[in-house]
Design a protein around this ligand. Structure first.
Ligand SMILES: [Zn+2]
Length: 277
């Protein structure tokens, strides 16, 4: 996490246990668990890209919420589920069942201590489905605690006005948006290269999806990055700059702050035994 003052009050791990006891028992107590990945992000972005995005954006989102809201962050889960990047050095991945078990084991302990909502704040597109599955399984076992799996980049109509439609649809990995955001958040970690690579460009070595199928969406292909790209980039990073990055940061923070405000002021989850009709 970035080290500026004030945010420690939003981190569960910085509390002493009597303070944690009071916090977790508060009405509407909500914990946010950021999820990243430890995977190749092209020759220009670091392995921790998704983890850094999840942490930094979440920090800013939580800092902007009224102090009295009972919401705190858990430490980042920085190794995720990244089999699609296997073969690119540096990539580390947990198996799906291990990650699901991790979410359920930690989630159950939080529910036992009184937590009423657990948000999985994920920045890695390759584990959206997995965290949704984990959330459903956990919710069955902890019906009094709401579990909300969300994806950082699904946020906001503003993104559509900042990133060209083609790149928004096809720039899946280490393209314009991610490279720009890292240039804004941590420029010292960004390398010189700006590849254009992946399925939507005339890259002779890239496999093209069969007609009617796509990399993501309702008829997806469970692709490997190596099928599509030599550099590891799937998208167009050439126009990346820090100005676009800080506009993206502002848009993401505003979007998620609004969603967290609506969650924190809502009556979700419904009370009673949600396993019965
Ligand atoms: Zn990423």
């Amino acid at each position: 996490m970035s080290g500026d003052g004030g945010q420690n009050t939003r981190r569960l791990e910085c509390m002493h246990w009597p303070e944690a006891a009071l916090a977790l028992q508060r009405d509407g107590s909500t914990l946010v668990w950021p999820f990243g990945a430890f995977e190749q992000h092209g020759p220009q972005l670091p392995l921790l890209t998704d983890a850094l995005f999840a942490e930094r954006i979440l920090d800013r989102v939580l800092q902007g919420l009224p102090e009295e809201m009972p919401v705190w962050a858990l430490p980042i889960q920085s190794i995720g589920f990244s089999p699609e990047h296997r073969g690119f050095p540096g990539t580390l991945s947990l198996s799906a069942d291990l990650l699901i078990r991790l979410v359920k084991e930690v989630g159950k302990q939080l529910a036992d201590q009184g937590v009423q909502r657990l948000v999985l704040f994920n920045a890695h597109g390759g584990q959206i489905g997995l965290l949704q599955t984990a959330a459903r399984e956990l919710a069955v076992e902890t019906p009094a605690m709401a579990v909300l799996p969300c994806f950082l980049w699904s946020g906001g109509s503003e993104l559509k006005s900042l990133v060209p439609a083609d790149e928004l649809a096809h720039g899946l990995h280490a393209g314009l948006a991610e490279t720009s955001l890292m240039l804004a958040l941590e420029p010292s970690l960004v390398g010189e290269q700006r590849p254009l690579d992946g399925d939507h460009v005339s890259n002779k070595s890239a496999a093209t999806p069969p007609e009617g199928w796509s990399l993501e969406g309702p008829a997806p292909l469970a692709w490997f990055a190596a099928d599509l790209s030599r550099s590891g980039v799937v998208g167009d990073s050439r126009g990346a700059d820090a100005k676009l990055g800080s506009q993206l940061e502002t848009a993401l923070v505003a979007h998620w702050r609004q969603l967290f405000t609506s969650l924190m002021t809502s009556g979700w989850p419904p009370r009673g035994d949600r396993r019965r009709i």
